[in-house]
Design a protein around this ligand. Structure first.
Ligand code: DX5
Ligand code: ZN
Length: 218
């Protein structure tokens, strides 16, 4: 499977947001990963629909909106109207019934639906709902902040998930070339990376090297 790279703008310079988004587009990013936090589901607050609307104006890349919020169903319409192409909801924020209702709402707007799970959430939980999702976002850090260390115990979960799920499997948190290779070998095909990309001096080179983790150096 071809590896796609989704830079997480959480680690960008928000004072130059539009410019940074354009830079990662030029550098070969496949998606723009937008981390939405509400201060309840996670202990941090980031951005909302008004900012997503401006990101939409800055790029043609698909906007991959990762909702780390309670009551995600209340905000689907606003994030859809802001121009999201993909919306991900956490399994810890909505049970199976709510997830399928949210899915219907998201899909009715022509938006791809993703389900995310925290590092501590077992495989059995995602297995039960994965047929609802177009893609799965496996968290490899506890969500809330960029720049944390990758949690290696998620690798077996990715392997098991790949056995039952054919869509895109993205991994988010602590991704660099070494951890990117580990998760890609386990069956993931989308690498979400924040600090590794934005702290590098050369976005294009960093993104290219992430896309090539399974093929050695380039
Ligand atoms: C974590 C966010 C991630 C985060 C990744 O709560 O969902 O997308 O920004 O950042 P790095 O790559 O720095 O771990
Ligand atoms: Zn994220």
């Amino acid at each position: 499977m071809k590896i796609k790279v989704a830079p997480s703008i959480l680690s960008c310079d928000f004072g130059r947001l539009a410019e940074q988004v354009r830079s990662i587009e030029r550098a070969g990013a496949d998606l723009v990963h937008v981390d939405v936090m509400d201060g309840h589901f996670v202990p941090n607050i980031t951005i909302g629909p008004v900012v997503v609307k401006d990101i939409r104006k800055a790029t043609r890349l698909p906007l991959d909106v990762h909702l780390m919020i309670e009551h995600p169903e209340k905000f689907i319409d606003a994030f859809a109207a802001a121009g999201s192409d993909m919306i991900t909801v956490h399994i810890e924020a909505a049970g199976r019934v709510r997830l399928s209702r949210i899915r219907a709402r998201v899909k009715s707007k022509g938006i791809a639906f993703g389900i995310s799970l925290n590092p501590g959430t077992p495989f059995a939980k995602i297995k039960r709902v994965c047929r609802l999702a177009d893609f799965i976002l496996v968290m490899s850090v506890n969500p809330g902040f960029g720049g944390q260390d990758f949690i290696p115990s998620v690798v077996p979960k990715i392997k098991k998930l790949r056995e039952v799920f054919r869509g895109d499997i993205a991994v988010d948190g602590g991704i660099n070339e070494a951890t990117g290779r580990l998760v890609a070998e386990a069956g993931a095909n989308v690498l979400v990376a924040g600090s590794h990309i934005f702290k590098s001096g050369d976005y294009a080179r960093t993104i290219r090297r992430l896309k090539w983790v399974l093929h050695g150096r380039k």
